[in-house]
Design a binder for this molecule. Structure first.
Ligand code: BES
Ligand code: MN
Ligand code: ZN
Length: 491
């Protein structure tokens, strides 16, 4: 499903939508409607108790001007950019499999709309229309998507640039959703890397470390997780430099890419284990963010690192109690092989610091089930050693639609990871599981480096449709990282 901005309605059949502000239906300009249809629309709104709340939809049918078509009123509430996104998403949700092929939207009915609002409307519509049907070979004709295009009229000057930006972001989100949706027999470390190769055509530089190279670098923590799988692990580095070499030090984004997490020898219960195909959602978000930045030629220097492994039990798998030596030189007693994400990330973090000396690092990971206990599916957890960095991420989260909530760090939590035999254990006690996981990562952050960790365990996959996604992969993190880079690092 695509969206475009235009000056005139297209030829042929289309449905017609009017965005309406809260309590705005009486005064709303409904351009192009006959007097009869205007009355019908207002009566339909009254009958349905439609008040213009953002995302509310009323549908009626008209035939008075010789063309039969659906007419939809969609609420945009107070007219904030997020309201427009919600409205765009609501229209797509309503029409995607309705038989409608083209939707025309007359923005004039919402009064003054700024370029960001208009672009977010389009982004909401496109993001909500994303589906992954490649494995459905018997999809009932009536369940197939019909809506192909949304044509938006009446957008202000500046909308083209705002939409070009957001369109790049939706392409990044789509890549992330695809990587997250694919099952683990299709996406494993090597095939994840292959799916990212097309980023080269956008000017992204790709570096791939195989297991032999990682062994030579001393990445014993990541390799300890990987050793139980017949799939080889990979470290994937995606570098986008839109500054033409002017900015020497990149911002680092680091993602957990466990392409399947059985738990290893500390095996997980069978019920729900299929969810662990999306334990690579952090790496997926990093790949999608790099795609968005490169597509829109962002004037920033960013390195995205994906730690890719499969966590399996088996004769070669690591055991509880094993001690591994990480690339940083620190030793880790692996108490629980299911706390594998931190083992992968600690070596990815060490590598990016040695290779690129970034001053700012943001990592994303489906790290702990405890995060879902804390925040459910409404916010990702944010942990940081720097208040200004935390604040800019919180702001980017709010603005982008990928919300965050900050948690504390501190010595008392850090001590819980001390081991009687090695430098640290890979798990703490039952309490504060998301915080001790973050403390573990912080042990691998060098002095002076600003670092934030996002535990996105509750956000990568949705059991019910949201504003800008259907059930399934959400693409969480891409919009957030794009906003974060745009607002803080673009020259
Ligand atoms: N990938 C899981 C965390 C997870 C669980 C994400 C459920 C999404 C949904 C992670 O590798 C894990 O297994 N964490 C353990 C840590 C524990 C052993 C300290 C957990 O949360 O149970
Ligand atoms: Mn695990
Ligand atoms: Zn995991």
């Amino acid at each position: 499903m695509r969206a475009r901005f235009a000056a005139a309605r297209p030829q042929g059949a289309y449905d017609l939508a009017f965005p309406i502000r809260k309590d705005g239906i009486a005064k709303a300009d409904l351009p192009g409607l006959s007097d009869g249809d205007r009355t019908l629309a207002r009566e339909a709104a009254r009958a349905a108790r439609f008040e213009g709340d953002s995302g509310a939809v009323v549908e009626l049918f008209s035939g008075s001007d010789g063309a039969y078509r659906r007419i939809l009123l969609v609420g945009v509430g107070a007219g904030e950019v997020t309201d427009f996104e919600k409205a765009g998403g609501a229209l797509t949700a309503r029409l995607l499999t309705s038989g409608a092929e083209t939707l025309v939207v007359e923005l004039a009915s919402a009064g003054a709309v700024n370029a960001d609002g208009a672009a977010r409307f389009a982004a909401g519509a496109v993001l909500r229309g994303w589906r992954y049907d490649i494995y459905r070979t018997r999809l009932n004709a009536k369940a197939r998507p019909t809506l192909a295009e949304v044509v938006i009229l009446g957008a202000p000057e500046g909308t083209d640039a705002a939409w070009a930006h957001l369109q790049a972001v939706t392409e990044g989100v789509s890549l992330t959703r695809e990587l997250v949706s694919e099952p683990a027999n299709i996406i494993y470390p090597e095939s994840f890397v292959e799916r990212c190769q097309p980023l080269k055509d956008l000017g992204v530089e790709i570096e791939v470390l195989d297991e032999a190279t990682m062994r030579a670098l001393g990445m014993g923590a990541l390799l300890g997780v990987s050793q139980g799988s017949v799939r080889e692990g990979r470290l994937l580095a995606l570098r986008w430099d839109g500054t033409g070499g002017k900015e020497k030090t990149p911002v680092a984004l680091v993602g957990k890419g466990v392409t399947f997490d059985t738990g290893g020898i500390s095996i997980k219960p069978a019920a729900g284990m299929e969810d662990m195909k999306w334990d690579m959602g952090g790496a997926g978000a990093v790949a999608g963010a790099i795609k968005a930045l490169a597509t829109r030629k962002a004037n920033a220097h960013v390195i995205g690192v994906c730690g890719l492994v499969e966590n399996m039990p088996g004769g070669k798998a690591q055991r509880p109690g094993d001690i591994v030596t990480s690339m940083s030189g620190q030793t880790i007693e692996v108490i629980n092989t299911d706390a594998e994400g931190r083992l992968v990330l600690c070596d990815a973090l060490a590598w990016v610091q040695r290779r690129y000396s970034p001053r700012v690092i943001v990592d994303l990971a489906t790290l702990t089930g405890a995060m879902i206990i804390s925040l459910g599916n409404e916010h990702a957890g944010l942990f940081s050693n720097d208040d200004a960095l935390a604040d800019s991420l919180l702001a980017a989260g709010k603005a982008s639609g990928d919300p965050l909530w900050r948690f504390p760090l501190g010595d008392a939590y850090n001590k819980l990871l001390d081991s009687p035999i090695a430098d640290m254990k890979n798990v703490g006690p039952r309490g504060a599981g998301s915080i001790t996981a973050a403390q573990f990562l912080q042990r691998f952050i060098e002095d002076g480096v600003k670092w934030a960790h996002l535990d996105i365990a509750g956000m990568v996959w949705a059991d019910k449709p949201g504003v800008a996604w259907d059930k399934g992969a959400t693409g969480f993190g891409v919009r957030l990282l794009d906003r974060f880079i745009a607002d803080n690092f673009e020259r």
